[in-house]
Design a binder for this molecule. Structure first.
Ligand SMILES: [Zn+2]
Length: 630
């Protein structure tokens, strides 16, 4: 079907964005204002055309029919947008949602779904172009256009010419949101900035991903492929687990901490766990992560997109075993769950079974090895002592110090061991330490109380805060251990006596009412009538103060009541004003003139009668006949 109203469709240029083709098409066919243009192209007057991921593709196809250089919407998606760049990293559910949104829907939440917003890489970067490519395109095709490869996220150079891309300043988001950005103001003579190999390599990889147009890869299959490759490269612990921080360090080293890369800060977050996205890619494959992260990991693990694709297909067929391992890891219940499944008797039996080592018992009862050691020691079960600096003699020394009842830090220092070692030994031999006897603390209380009382008497006129500042340690100790006594023996806070009345309200009332009357008179004599209301009168008097203290200002209240105008009064005053103006002018004093000059739209019978009477009275005074009263 060929729709009328279009004159010419330009051919699609190599790797041209649909957006770019539509902008050239609308220019060549003079499709009118941006709104009209959107109506013709997208069948929607309010749409904002998407650059890399345009929406309402089915409407575009329906509106343009044979004029469109793509046969199907899938062709548009594959060759006119950046959708193939994202597709392999979407879950199949998300892929279906996004595809549906691109074909039928609006763009709400689209880029969030695709992980473009995740990691804050910037969802709407400005359009980019290569000056040499633009010159070539003008020489060959007579027109510049937006190249799809140059709009890939994080790509800053042209692979063909090995120079840096230029940025087109974006149009105003407020006034030109619907306007197509046209490549303009480019300067062929601009110096070409050479780029480094790393930038080129990243651009090549991004382009390879785009042109590979990979299908959706199952998320867990993709994660298994990553994991398998990482383990194969030696990023596993001696227990066969994945060494995430080791891989992160190696990636940082390989890419030299992403120096010169646009999104360096984002990639290196957080400072505590740099490259946290690697863990997400492998351990939480369902999460949306920006394709840039995938690309960097693919480059590190596989070296190319094609190797990654091959590895994924191998994984699909032959890596069931690894997936099984991952599944097992995921379904293994946490230790606390395991603990609930064995009874106390069973745990006791396992602890007392000397044929099992502490290391063997720990996972069975869901406790750490240290806890098993501690509990076995408490039960007097012989334990194979590990070779370490703290031997039995050392432990005995600490125990002897503990019995002295001195503070634990002092015990640690005298025994030349760490404080945590002292705590550990104390946990194993709790009977070594006698609790503080109450007799010991008795003199302490008396001493503290006396000191507090003497401080108080020394500062007779001071408040609690001042006394507390003089004896902070005593206050803190008594507050913690002897609060009732402290409260009953401390002077209550002196309350500030209320000061006497400082404002003479009667005088203020008189002053304010005078001011209000004067202001009302001024308002009534203004050249253009303004309604005199209470609020308007209060404004110069300090409105909030008056409203708060209105019960103290009876005179003012009376003045406000008398001076303020009702709507009816104000209308009459406007009529009077108009009549007075007309009486002074050479124009006749007629009702229609009064109506026009007063600017009143609604005229009640009462108001009309009032105006007529006034006009008649004045006309009679001036002895002028009035013939045309309504
Ligand atoms: Zn170029």
């Amino acid at each position: 079907m060929r729709l009328t109203g279009f004159g010419y469709a330009p051919p699609l240029l190599p790797d041209e964005l649909l957006y770019s083709w539509l902008s050239r098409f609308s220019l060549l066919n003079a499709l009118g204002t941006p709104r009209e243009c959107m109506e013709r192209l997208f069948a929607c007057r309010t749409i904002v055309p998407g650059i890399d991921l345009p929406t309402r593709l089915q409407s575009v196809q329906r509106q343009l029919g044979d004029w469109l250089p793509f046969q199907t919407v899938d062709q548009i998606l594959d060759f006119g947008t950046l959708f193939p760049y994202h597709r392999p990293f979407l879950t199949s559910h998300r892929h279906d949602t996004v595809r549906h949104a691109l074909i039928y829907g609006d763009g709400k939440g689209l880029k969030t779904q695709m992980g473009r917003v995740a990691n804050r890489f910037g969802a709407n970067p400005s359009l980019r172009f290569c000056t040499k490519c633009v010159a070539d395109s003008i020489a060959h095709y007579g027109s510049p256009y937006w190249d799809r490869r140059h709009q890939l996220p994080g790509v800053s150079c042209c692979i063909r010419h090995r120079i840096q891309l230029q940025h087109q300043p974006p149009l105003s988001q407020r006034t030109d949101r619907q306007r197509f950005v046209v490549l303009a103001n480019w300067n062929a003579a601009q110096p070409h900035i050479r780029v480094c190999e790393r930038q080129l390599r990243f651009a090549e990889l991004s382009e390879a991903l785009l042109s590979a147009a990979l299908p959706v890869i199952d998320a867990s299959q993709r994660a298994s492929t990553y994991l398998h490759a990482a383990l194969k490269l030696g990023f596993g612990t001696h227990r066969g687990r994945f060494d995430c921080s080791g891989l992160a360090d190696a990636v940082r080293q390989r890419f030299e901490d992403f120096h010169g890369f646009e999104h360096r800060e984002r990639l290196l977050t957080s400072s505590a766990h740099p490259l946290g996205w690697i863990r997400d890619l492998i351990k939480r494959p369902e999460r949306s992560v920006h394709p840039i992260c995938h690309l960097l990991l693919i480059e590190f693990l596989f070296g190319s997109i094609s190797s990654f694709a091959t590895a994924c297909s191998i994984t699909k067929n032959g890596m069931a075993a690894i997936e099984g391992v991952i599944r097992d890891q995921q379904v293994r219940p946490p230790s606390s769950t395991l603990l609930r499944t064995i009874s106390d008797t069973e745990r006791e039996a396992l602890l007392c079974d000397s044929s099992l080592s502490c290391r063997q018992v720990a996972p069975l009862i869901g406790r750490s090895v240290t806890t098993v050691v501690v509990q076995r020691r408490m039960r007097g079960i012989p334990i194979h002592e590990r070779r370490k600096s703290l031997n039995n003699a050392g432990i005995e020394k600490v125990r002897a110090e503990l019995r002295s009842g001195d503070p634990l830090p002092a015990v640690a220092m005298r025994s030349s061991v760490s404080l945590s070692t002292v705590y550990r030994i104390l946990a194993q031999y709790p009977s070594d330490r006698q609790p503080n006897s109450t007799q010991n603390s008795k003199p302490k209380v008396t001493e503290r109380r006396q000191r507090w009382l003497s401080t108080m008497s020394a500062q007779e006129h001071a408040g609690v805060n001042a006394i507390r500042a003089a004896a902070p340690a005593d206050y803190a100790w008594l507050y913690r251990h002897d609060r009732a006594w402290l409260m009953s023996n401390t002077k209550p806070i002196k309350k500030q006596p209320k000061s006497g009345l400082r404002i003479d309200w009667a005088q203020r009332d008189a002053e304010l009412s005078q001011k209000a009357m004067a202001y009302a008179a001024t308002l009534r004599t203004q050249s253009s009538p303004t309604r005199v209301t209470k609020t308007r009168l209060l404004r110069p008097l300090g409105e909030s103060m008056v409203r708060k203290n209105v019960h103290r200002l009876p005179l003012l209240e009376d003045v406000l009541e008398r001076m303020s105008e009702s709507h009816a009064d104000f209308r009459k005053r406007r009529v009077d004003h108009a009549i007075a103006m007309l009486a002074c002018s050479v124009a006749g004093l007629q009702m229609w003139r009064v109506k026009r000059l007063s600017g009143l739209r609604i005229w009640s019978d009462e108001l009309s009668n009032y105006a007529n009477k006034e006009i008649e009275r004045l006309n009679a005074q001036n002895s002028v006949c009035t013939n045309s009263l309504p």
